[in-house]
Design a protein around this ligand. Structure first.
Ligand code: GAP
Length: 448
């Protein structure tokens, strides 16, 4: 983990947030390469959910959430972790993260009994800060999908089964944020709520587990580093009938990468009025203030039914960490030299190609390099940059270390015969290519 953290900082993937003022625990900022990798992960997820299927719509809803949403969803009452205080040094710990009855900070045994600590952040809304008008920062993106169910259904005329996908920020006041970006207080989720008929839920649950595993493999996450954990009944979230966690062997241990829950009709039922007419199977709060009917009409018997929900929910940061960990390789080359290389799948690489003029600040070479860069950039397959450092060996090393799949060198021969050298990150092989063939070479490389 230390090597990944150091690389992330030195190469501009991830920085400690608010660093110049001493930082703020559990928050990170994504630098020039980090933002590209993050965007590429999110785009890959969105493509596979919304563009490559015909049964899923997208949504981008607000972060600030009416407290009633999180009251009836059950989060106000149950979204908490057990907290223990050390009376000696005043530090706080998650009870389930303590290995012994001693404070990990000062070793004291003078600890309080565990008590529930709600993880939701609150903020004041409007100009008067007297506690009467507040909102929560959403602790999961899912609730905004549920409360928009009818809007999406009515505006798209969807029939079951269908899904709503959303990517966005979620906030949790974690008691002990830790393990770099694994457990943080501000993070992004990629969540799908897939609405199905009751009775078809278990088959869809299995189906979504398979689809999600395939997706992780396609991002370069190896089978041997993934495990499925069936969450035992006593550990299930309040809304779940069953949950399958996709666990990944992170550098700090085997932990949850993505959860796939069968949320039954709990959430749509909780946010619906006249619940007794809807045959809801889950135990929901009957006094909801909602004025919505989040249900569909069964055309065979005209009865209203609340769909069941299968929810694959993945964290962008945990995906980032897993993908980075998979891509990180240290190789010993002939002659004993070591190279660090990030072998990202090309679609995830933060920089797709670097164009390198052989001689720094040589007008003709730089001008030609700019032309080559523009021709590759115009394909809109991701960021292409000019590396005007003048040191070809250093440029290759730097681009191996940040995972750039192709380096294109423009030299004096280019000015005579319009050919360039293309170096492949993984094989380190160099090929001389005519610039008129470069665009299709690049396109084939990235798209196949
Ligand atoms: N809507 C369901 C839900 O939020 P969850 O298991 O609490 O379920 C889903 O969270 C995913 O969000 C997790 O699998 C993880 O990838 C990510 N996640 C949750 N808490 C996180 C945190 N504090 N820091 C980073 N990622 C987190």
């Amino acid at each position: 983990m230390e090597e990944l953290v150091a690389l992330c900082k030195s190469r501009g993937f991830i920085f400690q947030s608010n660093e110049i003022y001493g930082g703020l625990q559990g928050l990170y900022d994504y630098g020039p390469l980090g933002v590209e990798l993050k965007n590429n992960i999110k785009q890959a997820w969105w493509r596979s959910m919304v563009y490559e299927r015909d049964d899923i719509e997208g949504l981008d809803a607000s972060i600030l959430t009416n407290p009633k949403v999180l009251k009836y969803s059950g989060h106000e009452e149950t979204f908490s972790d057990p907290l223990i205080d050390c009376r000696s040094c005043k530090s706080r710990w998650r009870a389930d993260h303590l290995d012994s009855q001693k404070c990990p900070s000062c070793g004291s045994e003078d600890l309080t009994e565990p008590r529930p600590f709600n993880l939701m952040f609150k903020t004041n809304v409007g100009p008067i800060d007297d506690g009467s008008s507040f909102a929560y920062l959403r602790p999961e993106t899912a609730q905004q999908i549920f409360i928009n169910f009818k809007n999406v259904l009515d505006s798209t005329s969807r029939k079951l089964p269908f899904g709503i996908a959303q990517i966005g920020k979620a906030f949790r006041n974690e008691i002990t944020p830790r393990n770099f970006i694994f457990r943080v207080r501000e993070f992004e989720q990629m969540e799908l709520e897939f609405f199905v008929k009751q009775g078809e839920d278990e088959a869809w649950h299995k189906e979504w587990l398979d689809r999600r595993l395939e997706w992780w493999y396609a991002q370069g996450v190896s089978k041997e580093n993934l495990e499925i954990y069936t969450v035992p009944k006593e550990e299930l979230s309040h809304y779940s009938k069953s949950t399958l966690d996709i666990m990944y062997k992170f550098p700090h241990g085997l932990e949850e990468l993505e959860g796939i829950a069968n949320r039954t009709d709990f959430d749509l039922g909780s946010h619906s009025k006249n619940q007794n007419e809807l045959n809801i199977t889950s135990k929901v709060d009957e006094n909801t203030d909602s004025n919505a009917k989040l249900a569909v009409q069964n055309l065979e018997n005209n009865k209203w039914e609340v769909p069941y929900v299968i929810e694959p929910s993945a964290g962008v940061e945990r995906g980032f960490l897993a993908i980075l960990n998979e891509a990180y390789n240290k190789e010993t080359l002939a002659g004993g030299k070591e190279r660090v290389v990030l072998s990202f799948k090309p679609h995830l690489a933060p920089i797709k190609a670097a164009v390198i003029p052989l001689k720094r600040n040589n007008d003709e070479l730089v001008k030609k390099s700019q032309k080559v860069k523009n021709s590759l950039q115009s394909l809109q397959l991701g960021r292409v940059l000019i590396e005007n450092s003048g040191n070809i060996g250093k440029s290759y090393r730097r681009h191996d270390e940040i995972g750039t799949p192709l380096c294109v060198t423009v030299d004096f021969q280019t000015l005579e015969d319009n050919t360039v050298t293309v170096r492949d990150r993984d094989t380190m092989e160099q090929t001389r290519i005519d610039t008129k063939d470069l665009v299709s070479y690049y396109q084939n490389y990235l798209l196949t």
